[in-house]
Design a binder for this molecule. Sequence first.
Ligand code: X2X
Length: 340
Amino acid sequence: MQLLKTMMMAGAAVATLGVGAALAQDYKPEYRVSTVVPAPFPWGIAAEKWAELTAERTDGRINMKIYPGVQLVQGDQTREFTAIRQGVIDMAVGSTINWSPQITELNLFSLPFLMPDYAALDALTQGPVGEKLFEIIESKGAVPLAWAENGFREVTNSKTPIRTPEDMKGLKLRVVGSPIYNDMFTAMGANPTQMSWADAQPALTTGAVDGQENPLTIYTVLNMHELGQTNVTLWGYVADPLIFVVNPQVWESFTPEDQDILRQAAVDAGAHGIEVARKGLTEDDQSVIEEIKGHGVEIITLTEEERQAFVDVTRPVYDAWKEKIGTELVDMAEQSIANR
Ligand code: X2X
């Protein structure tokens, strides 16, 4: 009996090895990784690091190529998540904003003035809220592995310094692809127009729009001061984390060992990406802000009172979207932030 048991276990071990070996041979020559922006934006740096660490640690078994500009979905970043689910995209480092059309709960990070600082953002991504969101993403058809960061989004424009909602009256602002942004900017009295990142750049260059909102690392890499974006207001109204994901069939095709490597590489690349995204934008290191000022750009930091005016005017949007996102999840987020 004991002998039979031992033989069966040995057989199972051989079978497992056999399956693993067969799968490793079935790996694709290249895995397509989607991003919106490439290096030297922190977003692209995180994706490159992921590919580099994975290639190194799998001895080249998993070979990833970055496709920036969401080119695998013709630049339409709001279709990226669907393409991942369908396998048109194998892997991605994607923004919660861009996947919000398919995953309503990811609008959480776009709730106006929910997260006052980096500690608040970390309390969400690294706590029970992050775990819950990963479960939801998995149920929607992608395997989430780790977090990275685009950053806190600041508003810029070519017309006027913004200190109050009144200053935004009539400003034509490009916004990203979740309807919550239309709602917020309409509530502030601006004139929002939703467009992809691909369309936003020419629109800023030609002056078709007056302004935009994005993390300052996007501003500096693009030299937005040269595009007339010389009024910058630091209000940190939303922050934009990034998530490393893999298509489920692709994930299943990897051996457990390679799955572990890919996940750990994402965690390490995410940590690096977050460090790069925050560099020069912290209390101790304001070098990115100084660099922008050096170009003759006016940078406005809101006083507590000024900030409160924006909080008040967007509160109805917060409340309406809290219900859409799910009161329970938003309550959990508010709690995590209060306890940070
Ligand atoms: O389109 C944007 O503004 C960008 C690059 O930040 C995102 O993809 C969310």
